[in-house]
Write a protein that binds this ligand. Structure first.
Ligand SMILES: *[C@@H]1O[C@H](CO)[C@@H](O)[C@H](O)[C@H]1NC(C)=O
Ligand SMILES: *[C@@H]1O[C@H](CO)[C@@H](O)[C@H](O)[C@H]1NC(C)=O
Ligand SMILES: *[C@@H]1O[C@H](CO)[C@@H](O)[C@H](O)[C@H]1NC(C)=O
Ligand SMILES: *[C@@H]1O[C@H](CO)[C@@H](O)[C@H](O)[C@H]1NC(C)=O
Length: 326
């Protein structure tokens, strides 16, 4: 979730991207104008759960169907929109529902819901897993272990550990690289993913991708270090990790996917273009999970709601498939 982009443009455009052949993209589905698709999670069968930020709606779509059509799974009455989503055991997901607009957050409105899907069907069972009265706005979500998820609190600049069985929560990480900035106070740490004992995360306000070593309970085992800085005009949002070696990052207003290899180098825009609606304001990315699409990076987009492309082009939020075969 990104808010105001304007002041990001002047921030730290330190590393110039290398030019690489761009991966081909394919539109899977486009929602109506004004729909911001915020995040996604891929089911073991390959269907994709999509969270919407501009309304509290959860959809399911099969990207491998000849003409993919989303199924509306649930409307979360208690919230204005949905954010991060993560799986803790096969077909059991958790998501963030909260009240927020593009300029304001509602402290105390953050809830975690459990979405349990029946394997082989679209039937879902939805229950409240936790409320976080002290959180400001939870954004990215990832799985630490089968009972604990980690949530990025973007305005607070911290990570919460949430036990999805007991509903207990506490702040486990608070590093200066997670903090927002005075210019962008609502959007510090954004996306996050656990890989072994390393937590990777983006910070949109500080325009960086970073990592920190963590203990089994999610607390810090060191200081966070910068892996990469976002290129000019872009701002990292959520991302996917691939084979413990590559990160594919959604660049928001960069309208592209940015690849960062281990240790930060090399790095480049690998799909999309700042001046095109091919990947219009990407918000998050995940790889397919079936043998036929495990090379496909599925990307959600906001449809360039914040700053129209070329000053006028707006499209509905989309699900886009990026073929990453080289
Ligand atoms: C959040 O929004 C919902 C739907 O508009 C509303 O019913 C609820 O009272 C709001 N909660 C808070 C804490 O503002
Ligand atoms: C995070 O750490 C900073 C610096 O120690 C501290 O000022 C701030 O209160 C902490 N934030 C939270 C939410 O604990
Ligand atoms: C995008 O458009 C601007 C203004 O026309 C141009 O300077 C820039 O080179 C373009 N960028 C790309 C990647 O095409
Ligand atoms: C979406 O909005 C843009 C900008 O307002 C407009 O040009 C376009 O025609 C709209 N598309 C649809 C399908 O309504």
């Amino acid at each position: 979730m990104r808010f105001s982009y304007v002041s990001t443009f002047g921030l730290l455009p330190l590393l110039l991207p290398i030019t690489k052949a761009l991966f081909p993209t394919n539109l899977v589905y486009e929602f109506p104008n004004g729909t911001w698709v915020e995040n996604l999670a891929v089911r073991p069968c390959g269907s994709i759960l999509l969270t919407i930020a501009t309304s509290p709606d959860l959809y399911l779509i099969d990207p491998l169907s000849p003409s993919p059509e989303p199924v509306h799974l649930h409307h979360f009455d208690s919230a204005s929109g949905l954010l991060g989503i993560t799986e803790t055991s096969p077909d059991t997901f958790h998501l963030i529902a909260a009240n927020f607009t593009s300029t304001a957050v509602t402290p105390g409105s953050n809830h975690i819901f459990t979405v349990a899907l029946e394997t082989g069907s679209d039937t879902s069972h939805i229950s409240l897993a936790a409320t976080l009265p002290e959180a400001l706005l939870l954004n990215g979500l990832t799985t630490l272990n089968p009972t604990t998820i980690l949530a990025a609190d973007s305005p607070k600049g911290v990570v919460w550990a949430i036990n999805v069985v007991t509903g207990d929560s506490r702040i486990v990480l608070n590093d200066t690289l997670m903090a927002p900035t005075p210019a962008l106070p609502t959007i510090g740490i954004n996306g996050l993913k656990v890989d072994g004992s390393t937590l990777y995360f983006t910070n949109s306000a500080q325009a960086l991708f970073a990592k920190i070593e963590i203990n089994a309970d999610g607390t810090a085992a060191g200081k966070a270090v910068v892996v990469a800085r976002s290129p000019r005009g872009a701002s990292f949002d959520d991302f996917a990790l691939y084979r413990h070696k590559y990160a594919f990052l959604a660049t928001g207003p960069g309208n592209s996917i940015y690849e960062v290899a281990e240790h930060g180098m090399p790095q480049a825009v690998v799909a999309g273009n700042v001046n095109s609606t091919e990947i219009a304001e990407p918000t998050s990315a995940q790889f397919g999970r079936t043998p036929v699409d495990n090379h496909v990076l599925y990307v959600t987009t906001a449809g360039r709601l914040s700053v129209p492309i070329n000053g006028y082009e707006v499209v509905g939020g989309q699900l886009v498939a990026v073929d990453t075969r080289r």
